[in-house]
Structures are given as structure tokens and as C-alpha cells.
Design a protein around this ligand. Sequence first.
Ligand code: DC
Length: 236
Amino acid sequence: MKKIVIAIDGHSSCGKSTMAKQLAKEIGYVYVDTGAMYRAVTLYALRKGLLNNGNIDEARLQDDIDAGLVSVSFRFNAEKGRPDTYLCGELVEDEIRQMEVSNNVSPVAALPFVRKFLTEQQKAMGKDGGIVMDGRDIGTAVFPNAELKIFVTASAEVRAQRRFDELKAKAEADKNTPMPVYEEVLKNVEERDYIDSHREVSPLRKADDALLLDNSHMTREEQSQWLLEQFKKAIK
Ligand code: DC
């Protein structure tokens, strides 16, 4: 059976990666979290001191990318049942989810040379199909011909609460992880929405042929059933 490309785009913290990951597992496809790739480049910039108070040393970041010093890859973690993100060969899966990275990722993701660098890799990963890729521009820029496109959203408050619960659980399990503040998480969600949908290159928008999924009031089970139905329709 032909393996298709499934593009899942939408706002931050609306559970895109959880649903994309689960769908990929159910149908035996590869899952790619493109947000993790932008986060990894942001972590690189933070570590190298190229990002200070929202100011990016674009020239140096571009030089490092051009010189092949920034590499982002995934390795499947069988225990967790999902891929882990590596930056220059180092496991950074947890670090890229911290608030410091979340607070700085949008301006990095708005840089045209960063988008070009990462979208080329994403296109290569999905060229043979059999992939579930989640992000912001997958159905519009990376795979405009994807056989199935989903655009996911939920209210900012619902998304901030979900993200807050996730960060709180992490902080409770690990005393080195700072306890989140709900208002800060909400502000971060709203700011990211704004930057993601107003940037010049590949702004976040629903592709005309994408199916809209508002999951503000849906359970995970309802959502995964709905997704599976769309997949079955798409491969018919
Ligand atoms: O999905 P996420 O929250 O991990 O994404 C992190 C950031 O990367 C977010 O600000 C949007 C940006 N991003 C993007 O611009 N394009 C993508 N394909 C994926 C993520």
C-alpha cells in the first residue's frame, strides 16, 4: 500500500506532537517533530552566546550553519516509543523543552536561513512518504502536496493550562527544573502565536485544503479516533 505524507500544523501547545506521535505509532509511520528542530537550533544559539535578550547574532549563527557546525538529528527511543532529539550528537530532548528555549525559539524560527536549513532536511525525511510530520508550515511550505493535512487549534487558555500542567509535572519530578507560573506560560503561548503567524517567511496559517481540528473540548481518545478516520479516508 502506498505510504502517504501526513502534515499536522497548528498553534503551539495544542497537543500536536502527542497526537502525531500516537498516530504514527498506530499506523507504523515515522514521526518527525519539526518544532524540536527549531528548538535545537535555538539551544545551539543560546549555548554559544548568540542570543541575548532577544537579540540574535544572525551573522555568526549563519556562519556556523554554513560551516556545518549545527546538526540536528533524531534517534528512536524504544523505551519511550518516540524519537529523541540530538544536537551535534548530544541528547538534548529535555533541555529543548525548558522555558529558556521556549522563550527564545520564535525569533530563531523566523530567520529565513534557519528555515531553509531545516526545511531541506524535513523534505528529505519525508520524500518516500510513510511520515507524520508536525509543525507550523508542513502543509503550506514543506509538503504542500501532502495527501492528508490537519490544522489543529484550541483556545490560548486551554493550551497554556496543558503546557503548565506538563511543566509542573516535570518540576515535581526533578528539583533542578523550575516550577512554572501560569501567567508566564499563557504570555509565552500568546506571544508565540503572534510571532508565528506574523513572521515574513512561512507564517503559521491553515492550508486551504487542511482539515480543521479544534480540540479545546475533545478527549485524547475522541481526537485519535477522528484522526484515524481521516487517515483511512485519505489512503482510500
Ligand atoms: O511545536 P513547538 O512549540 O515545539 O515549536 C517551537 C517553535 O518552533 C514555535 O515557536 C514555532 C516554531 N516552528 C516553526 O516555526 N515551524 C515549524 N515547522 C515548527 C515549529
